[in-house]
Design a protein around this ligand. Sequence first.
Ligand code: URA
Length: 207
Amino acid sequence: MKKPAKRRQPPCSAGLAAEMDPRQAALDQLARRVARCTRCAELARTRTQTVFGVGNPYAKLVFCGEAPGADEDRQGEPFVGRAGQLLNDILTKGMKIRREDIYILNILRCRPPGNRTPLPVEATACREFLDGQLAIIQPKFICCLGAVAAQNLLGSDASIGRLRGRVHDLNGVKVVCTYHPAYLLRNPAAKRPVWDDIQLLMAEMKK
Ligand code: URA
């Protein structure tokens, strides 16, 4: 893949301090609001910290997961546990891109206790922040990891098996859905369809 980060960096310099970069400043401001959020009482009470998102504010490609797990809740960064290691492998070994070139976020910014599935009311409460991040980053492509990400982002109740394998349009953004890396860890046979989806994504990005 070509280098998306370079084309989409701010015009002045790659090494801008965060406070001088308008997109990073906007993300930082939103992250401060998220850190104070108590919309979901149970999540606000049980979280160690909010997990906003990480990566290049000028990324052409955003990966969207479900919600922070225990490792993410502890470290404050999405996809840093075992599933995150697998995502890193998909990025670096499969797509030949660096984690720093993309942006990674989740449907929820707080860990659901016991890693339960996010409630629809929680996804709705957090949607403003997801939409806010996407509005700042303005990605051209989004890759949804798992059913929760795909269904919530696309507003669909179709299964991940039905949503994967094709390119969706979300207000001009091309969306590819695939199985969640955690599912892949439990079901190595899903490696093939995930790789097919990643190749579909890469082909779209080359067009
Ligand atoms: N699973 C997710 O969906 N998101 C994370 O950040 C970590 C694990």
